[in-house]
Design a protein around this ligand. Structure first.
Ligand SMILES: Cc1ncc(COP(=O)(O)O)c(C=O)c1O
Length: 364
């Protein structure tokens, strides 16, 4: 099938990627990690797109990839032999798939319960493989993770004692601080979170347990967490394409993707309506911003429409194209089958969002 050749040929709504900007983001991040001991483990969930992940790994300074789901790990395993599923894997179907993956790649999963460990161990024993375990430590975000210290140590001992598992270390995602705009506060709170993680790692080592991996961090803390001594890898993902929420922070990454829409209607001088509603662009971190249109702002998104306030003397008319900058990368990308890769106005690729949605549903 032939693909659109220029920006104006792309059917809307569509996701478009500014490839040179994306490449600059990839390079900046790789250079940061090349200058220190800590490595980058880019989070695949941000874009779920093989073409982008390959470029991140090729830029260097990476240990492998972070994934959120088993389906992402399956997709990534075609070209990456070091994968961390930074999440609990629960359910016999999922643990069996992780065990199958372990036959062809070095896969590690996060665990915060004996239940999770035992289920994974049973699946690994059935498949005759060994699966890596990182103990998920709660470093302050009210999500998964065992309490730092004794609780983390007790779970690590259990992991070390189960056949089919190999204890590799700890992870602790400081998601409660990554978006704090004030740099001083973000830094202080990220460091506090890392103390909890590093104390747990130290207790494990003192007890004679393995702890080679200390994994943490996101786009908002990459240069804080990534310079804390003892943290071995950072799981940042959004930096590669960026969104308006992260663009508020003092970090050196460019907004490299947008949602392209077509103006359907100009019902009033101060209003235009495009076809890029919230089935094409998430709103979970707020309305998207309007790119290259001074004085324009999104009023609201409906299913298939974006209602955009524009200056009454704006020449915008039906058929024009308008780009929106999403407030949140991951859930926006997940809405689309493909990304249109652009250099200037030329389409240089159409990249499938391979691991989008619940990819397992497509396997029947
Ligand atoms: C476990 C985990 N690690 C790292 C990240 C970092 O992602 P981002 O680059 O979007 O900050 C996330 C994001 O939600 C996450 O859930």
């Amino acid at each position: 099938m032939t693909h659109p050749r220029t920006l104006s040929d792309i059917p809307t709504p569509a996701l478009i990627v500014d490839v040179p900007a994306m490449e600059r983001n990839i390079r900046r991040m790789a250079e940061f990690f090349a200058a220190g001991a800590c490595r980058l483990r880019p989070h695949f969930k941000a874009h779920k797109t093989l073409e982008i992940a390959r470029r991140q790994l090729a830029a260097g300074s990476c240990t492998g990839l972070t994934c959120a789901t088993v389906a992402e790990a399956e997709a990534a395993s075609d070209f990456c032999d070091d994968i961390l599923i930074a999440n609990q894997v629960i359910g016999p179907d999922k643990t069996a798939r992780v065990a199958a993956l372990a036959k062809r790649t070095d896969v590690k999963i996060a665990a915060d319960s004996v239940y999770g460990l035992e289920e994974m161990a049973a699946a690994a024993q059935r498949a005759g493989v060994t699966v890596g375990i990182v103990i998920d430590v709660n470093v302050g975000m009210p999500r998964c993770g065992v309490a730092p210290g004794e609780e983390a140590l007790a779970l690590a001992r259990r992991a070390a004692g189960l056949s089919g598992l190999r204890l590799r270390g700890v992870m602790g995602y400081e998601g409660h601080v990554v978006a704090i705009e004030d740099r001083g506060e973000r830094e202080a709170r990220a460091r506090k979170a890392m103390e909890r993680l590093l104390t747990s790692a130290q207790m494990m080592r003192e007890a004679g347990l393995a702890c080679d991996i200390v994994s943490a961090g996101g786009t908002g803390t990459y240069d804080i967490t990534g310079r804390v001594e003892g943290v071995t890898e950072v799981q940042a993902g959004s930096y590669v394409l960026m969104d308006t929420a992260y663009a508020k922070l003092d970090i050196p990454f460019e907004k490299a993707f947008s949602v392209l829409g077509t103006v359907l209607s100009r019902p009033a001088p101060g209003l235009c309506v495009t076809d890029s509603g919230h089935k094409a662009c998430t709103q979970d971190h707020g309305n998207p911003a309007v790119k290259d249109a001074p004085g324009a702002s999104v009023l609201f998104l409906s299913d298939e429409h974006a209602s955009i306030a524009i200056p009454p003397d704006s020449p915008v008319r039906p058929g024009d194209r308008i780009q929106l900058w999403p407030s949140h990368t991951d859930p926006t990308i997940n809405l689309h089958d493909v990304l249109y890769a652009l250099e200037g106005e030329t389409v240089v690729g159409v990249w499938p969002v391979t691991a989008r949605g619940y990819a397992e549903q497509r396997h029947g």
